[in-house]
Design a protein around this ligand. Structure first.
Ligand code: SF4
Length: 469
């Protein structure tokens, strides 16, 4: 709590009270030793999650560790290992050992792999998988306990049915076995496991809409009501809870969704996937969803699950992870500025001052993605002499409006010297908001680890808090 308070520039007692009241969570499994703790709650900076993990088609521990590194480097506040291919245990162990950010999982994926078919999953197998992952050090788990048998007929008229992987697996299990969702009937036993290892619930929205036409339907809200009940059950067991949300929602309904969840779940942090505000742009869904994510953050969502340009089309590569995280860091920061989070605007002000001073190097350093800003500038004006130039190639030397403005003011004697006023080192900006992103303390991340006799030494920065590192 003290570390979180330091990162967020808040009083430790305020942090403690928010967690005690269930309004914020600190996902921090006792066994996750390399973790730099962070907090998720609407009173704190909006966080971004990146999904990583393998599929049956692509699978290597080194490759997965590189994805983890890329996600953390570009600013992910948490990562979810959604692996469904081979070496699940080894990959999870490697990710936890190497991650300075909380690691989340969806244990039903491993249960399906072990059972070989969704309808062969048993209650015992589910609890076994959950307990094993808790012992390994997973900080939070998506548990789709809110999908009930009674809800399934409500999805019949949908355009895209059940699009959550966990939701569709559980629906098949309930239909084949004629029994209630095992994650629901065993929920209190899961609570006991979570309480022992300090695992946080991420209550999954297995019936989230998969298109605008299905948004805000009876199935979605019936499940949300159950998630509210489960939130209170988990709290009664002393377990931290956040609640997952949609998905695909028209822009005018995003705020209603957030406010509805906050009311039904008594303020438990809302963790939204996007939402996408239009269905027509495959290939650009990091943009369609970042628009919804910004609105969700503005309305009180605490964490945004990123979407990459590959959404609906394929497994993201490194460059897709970068694009997705940039889009979501923008959405999260825009929400923090709009919500007047202490210190959030200082970053914008510092960059604007550098821009008006034509201090190009400082502008690059302050940019959300410094490498991108520098390379775009240098495509046309690469020389060192252009780093102090009073123009760029966008308007050109003759039409640079900021130069014209400054010259005109100089002529009137109104402005002889331009000086930055915003000093981020003494601003109230939370560490989580300082540029560029990815400011996690990685000092506890080991340089190498050994798994099954093989040593892995993935690249990672011990301090990538500055663009020049
Ligand atoms: S040339 Fe145009 S875009 Fe470039 S610095 Fe001047 S005003 Fe800004």
């Amino acid at each position: 709590m003290e570390r979180v308070a330091e990162r967020e520039n808040r009083d430790p007692e305020f942090v403690r009270q928010q967690v005690a009241d269930g309004q914020a969570v600190i996902p921090a499994n006792h066994a996750h030793e390399s973790l730099d703790p962070m907090i998720i709650g609407r009173e704190f900076s909006t966080k971004v999650n990146a999904n990583i993990g393998n599929s049956e088609e692509t699978s290597s521990i080194q490759g997965e560790l590189q994805k983890l590194h890329t996600a953390v480097h570009y600013g992910a506040d948490t990562v979810m290992d959604l692996s469904t291919g081979s070496n699940l245990d080894e990959i999870r162990e490697a990710n936890i050992t190497h991650s300075p950010v909380p690691v989340g999982t969806v244990p039903i994926y491993e249960a399906v792999k072990r059972a070989e078919s969704p309808d062969e999953i048993t209650h015992e197998l589910l609890l076994d998988v959950i307990e094993k992952q808790a012992k390994q050090g997973v900080d939070y788990m998506t548990i789709h306990a809110g999908v009930l048998m009674e809800h399934l007929p409500l999805t019949d008229g949908r355009k895209t049915g059940i699009v959550s992987r966990g939701g569709s697996i559980l629906a098949q299990w309930m239909e084949e076995n004629g029994m209630q969702n095992p994650l629901y009937t065993k929920f209190e036993e899961i609570c006991d496991i979570f309480a022992e290892h300090d695992v946080t619930f991420s209550l999954g929205d297995g019936l989230r809409p998969g298109c605008l036409a299905d948004a805000c339907d009876d199935a979605q809200f019936a499940e949300l009501k159950t998630l509210g009940e489960l939130t209170r059950t988990a709290w009664d067991h002393g377990v931290q809870v956040m609640v997952e949300g949609p998905g695909h929602v028209p822009m005018d309904k995003v705020a209603d969704n957030v406010e509805g969840q906050q009311a039904v779940c008594d303020g438990a942090p809302f963790y939204v996937l996007g939402p996408l505000v239009t269905d027509v742009a495959p290939g650009y869904d990091h943009i369609t969803s970042a628009i919804g994510a910004a609105e969700a953050g503005r309305s009180g969502a605490a964490m945004l699950c990123y979407v990459t340009p590959k959404e609906h089309l394929g497994l993201p590569e490194k460059e897709d992870v970068r694009e997705g995280l940039a889009a979501y860091r923008i959405a999260a920061h825009a929400a923090d500025v709009a919500n007047d989070l202490p210190g959030a605007r200082d970053w914008d002000d510092a960059l604007s001052e550098a821009r008006y001073e034509f201090d190009w190097r400082r502008q690059f350093d302050l940019a959300l993605d410094p490498e991108r800003a520098r390379s775009y500038h240098d495509q046309t004006l690469p020389g060192d002499n252009y780093k102090e130039a009073r123009f760029c190639s966008m308007c050109g030397v003759e039409f640079c409006s900021m130069r014209i403005d400054q010259d005109a003011r100089d002529a009137d004697g109104e402005m002889s010297e331009i000086e930055s006023e915003t000093d981020l080192t003494v601003s109230a900006a939370a560490e989580a908001n300082l540029p560029p992103v990815g400011t996690h303390d990685t000092s506890r991340v080991p340089d190498e680890i050994e798994i099954n006799g093989v040593t892995f030494t993935p690249e990672h920065d011990h301090d990538h808090g500055h663009a020049d590192d």
